[in-house]
Design a protein around this ligand. Structure first.
Ligand SMILES: [Zn+2]
Length: 310
């Protein structure tokens, strides 16, 4: 009987891993360790197996009860294959093969890009999971994932769902991707701080340019501070615009807003909705836009849920 599954979120700095009970989808235990920084092609998988064996011993579980291992990784991946992953120093790695060499044959191994995995997990964590969902993760960078007919859209090379790099405005500044005008350049952490700093000298505001934090900008907005409100309006405008373009292309059931910055909550959500409705067309005007639910564990939850996908 397959009662348990693992969700693993592999980042450049840390590996997070959770053991989940499948019925009622319950997190039994989770752990976070530094990502090994030598011989990455083998040590990362060895570390995952080591942690898995510790969990199994501790809880008296055998591999016969394990459904699988779901992985979220910080780079494009296609059918489990990674060409290049700078954050993990990987080149030409077959994640599924590497894991299957280390676990019994009946244990399933699945993998996708971390934002795609978060998209899958957030959609599955909604009260009613949908077949078609667009997910934004707002943080230092802006990422996303697209679910169509229940499937993650990896695209031709695994770069599907990179909605943070949708070209959406004119600027001479260069984005991390090498191009300019990306959504991330107006809605990522750096852009938010820069915009507030540009406005502060000309505005009546409680905010100060020194030691400025994104959270203080949102908190100020909640108290009707002019700079805070302007920054949120700008984010809402560009996320709303990009979402309307995706919606008219994909006709989704839901748009989900997640990531650390989404903790700003309703004030940001309402701004996105307002602008989205101005840009949206046809029936896409009625697409619900909701906040993500799973928070910091989005990676391990999504990865575990992806391993449970039929
Ligand atoms: Zn870019």
């Amino acid at each position: 009987m397959k009662n348990y599954t693992f969700g693993i979120d592999i980042g450049g700095t840390n590996i997070k891993m959770g053991l989940f009970k499948i019925t009622r989808f319950e997190l039994i235990e989770k752990i976070e360790i530094p990502t090994p920084n030598i011989d990455h092609a083998t040590t990362i998988f060895d570390a995952v197996i080591h942690l898995a064996n510790e969990f199994l011993d501790k809880h008296g579980i055998t591999y016969d009860e394990i459904l699988g291992f779901g992985f979220a990784i910080p780079c494009p991946v296609k059918h489990g294959y990674v060409d290049v992953c700078p954050n993990l120093h990987w080149r030409n790695i077959d994640v599924i093969q590497a894991m299957q060499n280390r676990v019994p044959d009946h244990v399933k191994v699945v993998v996708s890009n971390d934002a795609n995995i978060a998209a899958y997990g957030e959609n599955e964590s909604l009260d009613i999971p949908h077949n078609n969902a667009i997910f934004y993760t707002l943080g230092t960078g802006v990422g996303g994932g697209i679910i169509v007919e229940g499937e993650i859209i990896e695209g031709r090379t695994g770069a599907g769902g990179e909605i943070g790099h949708m070209p959406i405005f004119e600027t001479n500044e260069i984005c991390g991707c090498g191009k300019s005008g990306c959504l991330e350049q107006v809605c990522g952490t750096k852009a938010i701080l820069n915009q507030a700093r540009r406005l502060i000298p000309y505005s009546q505001t409680i905010l100060k340019s020194e030691h400025l934090k994104v959270k203080s900008i949102f908190d100020a907005a909640k108290h009707n501070d002019s700079v805070g409100l302007k920054v949120i309006d700008e984010m809402g405008k560009y996320i709303g615009l990009s979402a309307s373009i995706l919606a008219v292309s994909l006709d989704p059931d839901v748009i989900i807003i997640g990531g650390g910055i989404a903790q700003a909550g309703d004030i940001l959500l309402n701004s996105i909705k307002k602008h989205y409705q101005q840009y949206a067309r046809f029936n896409t005007i009625n697409v619900p836009i909701v906040l993500a639910k799973t928070g910091n564990d989005a990676g391990i939850i999504g990865a575990a849920r992806y391993s449970m996908k039929a």
